[in-house]
Design a protein around this ligand. Structure first.
Ligand code: SAM
Length: 352
């Protein structure tokens, strides 16, 4: 199996069968072997820098009914909230002072936030903080809408593809949501000029090793600038309440494989990883990740954006979250940096 990791390091790709064999048969020893190589390649492009993104969860209203998600529309127990434009700008002001140069606006698919409202929010942030990047993560929209947000100044867009297998996709989502449309969105985003991010949950219900291999092959083909992955964690008010959570070990292994497959990619060590293990985010960085996303949402709404159970960082102020992550990164020899943290190839080309 180590030979396969060597081959991946050399070629930055493997066949479907080879990825599947690695995912099915990984061991702690093989993981360590992979992580060492993943770190080496990450150090080559990004040194020991860890990019930080300020996450603003600005609405938990959602018109969708994804079976895994705690803010799905048919969860009557979700306490719904939405932030005003002023509240969002207040989060940015606080974040800017703490050294954030990227703001990620994430939310459910909330019809209150029309294109005009999103355009207004993005333009206001870019006007107040022209040296910052704005990332949107607000789901599936038309190409026209994506273009309007881009023209208003949005730089990046995160839209996890969730799974690259259409049958698996249909087991995680109601029939009005299709993999085909999700992929259409991702290609539209990239063509428009966004730095685009896809990704998936590790250990989502019904997922197989083959599905994960398909995810990597899709990522290889799509060539995103970012890949967001984290373990699936059951939420008690969803149809998947009794399903098993994804494991730390497999999530870390997938991070390592993604780093070797797309050496320059921006790869977050996610809050979900920190939720399933107290040192999850540190271990994610040590497996090849290079981004963390501390929460900038107001404390009053933190406990309401509950995609999954036991989510961490719902009780601390933004500055505390930032300091806590800084200490955690220092403890493993890495440094959080005050920077937009663009993809290394874009930075080299000065193309933004
Ligand atoms: N509505 C936007 C979208 O669909 O892309 C952004 C918000 S959505 C809640 C963000 C991500 O949360 C999803 O892409 C999904 O992968 C993740 N997520 C939702 N429920 C989860 C769960 N139970 N465990 C882990 N991740 C979850």
């Amino acid at each position: 199996m180590k030979k396969l990791i060597d081959k991946l390091e050399q070629n930055n790709s493997l066949s479907f069968d080879e990825y599947t064999a690695l995912i099915r048969g990984f061991t702690p020893d093989l993981s360590e072997y992979l992580f060492e190589k993943a770190r080496r390649i990450r150090h080559l492009f990004y040194g020991h820098d860890v990019y930080i993104r300020g996450l603003i969860e600005f609405t938990n209203y959602c018109k969708n009914d994804c079976l895994y998600c705690g803010i799905r529309r048919s969860n009557p127990n979700a306490q719904r909230y939405r932030l005003s434009e002023k509240e969002i700008l207040d989060c940015c002001a606080l974040g800017y002072k703490s050294g954030f140069r990227t703001f990620v606006l994430q939310g459910g698919e909330d019809t209150y936030f029309t294109d005009d409202r999103i355009v207004s929010i993005v333009s206001s942030i870019k006007k107040a903080y022209p040296d910052c990047a704005v990332t949107l993560s607000i789901g599936e929209k038309s190409r026209e809408s994506y273009k309007k947000f881009y023209d208003a100044g949005a730089d990046r867009y995160l839209l996890r593809h969730e799974t690259a297998n259409a049958i698996h996709y249909s087991k995680l989502h109601p029939s009005d949501l299709t993999l085909q449309n999700r992929i259409r969105c991702l290609y539209d985003l990239k063509e428009i000029g966004y730095q685009a991010g896809c990704g998936f949950m590790v250990g989502s219900p019904y997922q197989t090793a083959e599905n994960l291999a398909e995810d990597i092959l899709f990522i290889k083909k799509f060539q995103p600038h970012m890949v967001g992955i984290g373990p699936f964690i059951a939420q008690h008010d969803t149809p998947f309440r009794d399903m098993h959570n994804g494991t730390l070990e497999l999530t870390l292994f997938m991070l390592g494989l993604i780093r070797l497959t797309l050496p320059e990619v921006l790869l977050p060590s996610t809050t979900a990883l920190g939720t399933i293990h107290p040192k999850g985010r540190e271990l994610g960085i040590l497996a090849g990740a290079n981004v963390v996303m501390p929460n900038l949402s107001p404390l009053s709404v933190r406990k309401k954006y509950l995609l999954y159970d036991n989510k961490i960082c719902t009780g601390e102020e933004a500055a505390e979250c930032r300091n806590c992550l800084e200490m955690r990164m220092k403890s493993i020899g890495y440094e959080t940096v005050v920077s937009r943290g663009d993809h290394v190839l874009l930075t080299a080309n000065q193309s933004y």
